[in-house]
Design a protein around this ligand. Structure first.
Ligand code: GCU
Length: 333
């Protein structure tokens, strides 16, 4: 007796094959009708960086005529930033967006951006990031399968606490949450506080229950997580400006043709410029909202005590490539 399969025609198999390809698997290959990429990250959906990622996905879908689709998974539901970064290294995920300080586990060069008071101001930062140095550093972890696509503004990070802080002395002995970053740990230690590594998505509870008495971040992250409800004192010491970075698996990047690669880069450029504007607007809006809700913002006439206390962090890099980058960055006008 002939099997059921023998009764099926070749055109039938071809059409099934076509159907499967046109649906696109979770991670399709170029040449297929549609490639669907994953892009998990830890921020909330009202965060300006999430909005920029949505813009990136829209642009890419349009430019590619619907053949390149990015599925964004926000809120840290798929892991913390270290895990998300490792997943791209292992090619389990196509994309992620993380704070670039996390890349220090992949390459020492990532430590450059986590150095305290590296940039003179926002203009200086963007000149560096958009220029030759920033472009070089986008691919700092390419050996680890991490292709840098673009940076996003993550502003300046400042401390926020349960009790008012306006000098390094006020931080002495208190527990401050830090990202999974030795650099950030050292920075907090240099100010006399005790650093505690806690995942971003677990921080609200840690602040609420008193596991830590403070943390540090930019205004949009402080606002969109509602951390201000449990740590209502924010001091603009602006100790670091660590850009966010959009990363893609280099293996997958290399499998794309030049046209597809150009669509990704053009979409990222649009998203980056969109985010720069939105960032400014949202910073203003969120500060007004938080002020209305009783948050105390402290502006420092003189940041020198913070600059002085954290300066020694540069010493360990004497004679390394990190210092070469610092010199080049400082020389950018
Ligand atoms: C910033 C950054 C995030 C990061 C977070 C943190 O908000 O945009 O990528 O996770 O800081 O402190 O963990």
């Amino acid at each position: 007796m002939k099997s059921f399969l023998h009764n099926l025609s070749i055109p039938f198999f071809i059409s099934i094959l076509f159907l499967l390809l046109s649906c696109g698997g979770p991670e399709g290959e170029p040449g297929q009708e549609r490639i669907t990429y994953s892009l998990p990250h830890v921020l909330n959906t009202d965060h300006p960086v999430h909005k920029a990622l949505e813009r990136f996905a829209e642009e890419l879908e349009t430019r590619s005529g619907g053949t390149m689709v990015v599925k964004i998974q926000p809120g840290g539901t798929l892991g913390n930033e270290q895990e998300l970064c490792d997943n791209v290294t292992n090619d389990a995920d196509a994309f992620t967006k993380i704070s670039s300080t996390i890349l220090e586990t992949k390459t020492d060069l990532a430590k450059v951006y986590s150095l305290p008071y590296l940039f003179r101001d926002e203009d200086h930062m963007w000149k560096v990031l958009d220029g030759e140095i920033g472009t070089e550093l986008l691919d700092m972890a390419i050996e680890q399968n991490l292709k840098g696509i673009c940076y996003f503004d993550a502003g300046a990070r400042s401390f926020y606490t349960k009790k008012k802080v306006d000098s390094p002395q006020d931080l002495h002995g208190i527990k401050i949450r830090v990202q999974k970053s030795v650099m950030m740990q050292k920075l907090v230690e240099s100010l006399g506080a005790s650093p505690q590594q806690i995942a971003f998505s677990e921080l609200y509870t840690a602040l609420d229950t008193g596991v830590v008495q403070g943390a540090e971040n930019n205004i949009p992250s402080y606002y969109t997580t509602r951390h201000y409800n449990v740590a209502p004192y924010y001091v603009f010491d602006e100790h670091v400006c660590i850009p966010d970075i959009l990363l893609m698996s280099a293996k997958r990047w290399n499998r794309l043709n030049p046209e597809q690669q150009a669509w990704i880069m053009e979409s990222a450029e649009v998203a980056k410029e969109f985010q720069k504007k939105l960032w400014k607007e949202k910073n203003r809006e969120y500060m007004e909202k938080m002020e209305a809700e009783g948050v105390t913002f402290t502006y420092l006439d003189n940041k020198e005590p913070f600059v002085e206390a954290t300066k020694s962090i540069y010493n360990e890099f004497e004679g390394t490539e990190v210092i070469e980058y610092v010199k080049r960055i400082r020389a950018v006008n």
